[in-house]
Design a protein around this ligand. Structure first.
Ligand code: NAP
Length: 252
């Protein structure tokens, strides 16, 4: 089974790492992009290579166009691109909107929105039949926060993910006829490092009561949705946003 090459941004940890490993198990070769954590990225690649697939770790900040170029050049060297998971994302310390400054907003949107849109552009140029490609799949990571608003925590992050919702629908309609499926996965509260990195290590424990199934999700549970959307099994599903939220913020 050879499903081609997939680029996973932020593939070194959390949901991205789980997706990289599962995609490899399902027949994809994987470009594992990371921002700074080379050791984590190399550990993911090693696991993929042990499973018999090709993999390479590529440092790159998705908010920088020249880094995005490097990530996709590495994919070209591995083989024909078939997919992209726009997974790299950041939150920031809890803050009310009246205290948010431009520097915070620029980082939040540059990584979470501009990076995803620029990576998608690179992918479309390779996947679209209008550009000589053979089709493929793009999966964006949005968040339950886009529907809930993130009040008193991170309205800026929620708004950035709201932009990803709209971007997913718009790009899906733009490229569906050219063989590119674009979808998003909406995780709820998932056990990863992102909460501690954003200055709130207790967030998961605090949120449990608000989750209908009364537990946080795992990175692997989100990866299952991502890899299904990457694969041909989802061939008649463009333009959808699949909630993996334990029932929270799951209505369309
Ligand atoms: P995580 O555990 O914090 O991992 C973040 C990953 O993104 C790491 O691989 C990191 O690389 C990479 N990264 C960070 N900034 C980057 C940049 N500028 N350029 C390239 N890579 C960058 O995050 P996660 O919880 O798995 O989240 C993955 C995605 O799911 C994000 O888009 C997030 O917003 C979304 N999400 C998560 C949750 C949740 O509860 N966990 C809920 C809803 C949505 P290094 O290892 O090199 O630092």
């Amino acid at each position: 089974m050879n499903n081609g090459v997939v680029v996973i941004t932020g593939g070194s940890r959390g949901i991205g790492a789980a997706s990289a490993i599962l995609a490899a198990e399902r027949g994809f070769d994987v470009v594992v992009n990371y921002a700074g954590n080379l050791a984590a990225a190399e550990a993911v690649c090693a696991q993929i290579i042990r499973a018999g697939r090709k993999s390479v770790a590529v440092q790159g900040d998705v908010s920088k166009p020249e880094d995005i170029e490097r990530i996709f050049n590495a994919a070209d060297a591995l083989g024909p691109l078939k997919g992209l998971v726009n997974n790299a994302g950041v939150v920031d310390v809890a803050m009310r909107v009246e205290d948010v400054d431009l520097a915070r907003l620029e980082r939040m949107f540059a990584i979470n929105v501009y990076g995803a849109m620029l990576c998608a552009g690179q992918a479309v140029r390779r996947l679209s039949r209008a550009h000589g490609g053979t089709g493929g799949s793009i999966v964006n990571l949005t968040s339950g926060a886009a529907k809930l608003g993130g009040a008193n925590m991170y309205v800026d992050y929620a708004a950035a993910k709201g932009a990803i919702d709209s971007f997913t629908v718009g790009l899906a309609l733009e490229v569906a006829e050219h063989g590119v499926r674009v979808n998003a996965v909406r995780p709820g509260v998932i056990e990863t490092d992102i909460h501690a990195s954003g200055g709130d290590p207790d967030r998961v424990a605090r949120m449990i009561e608000a989750i209908p199934v009364k537990r946080a999700g795992t990175a692997h549970e989100v990866a299952e949705a991502i890899v299904w959307l990457l694969s041909d099994a989802s061939s008649y599903t463009p333009g959808s946003i699949l909630s993996v939220t334990g029932g929270r913020a799951s209505l369309p």
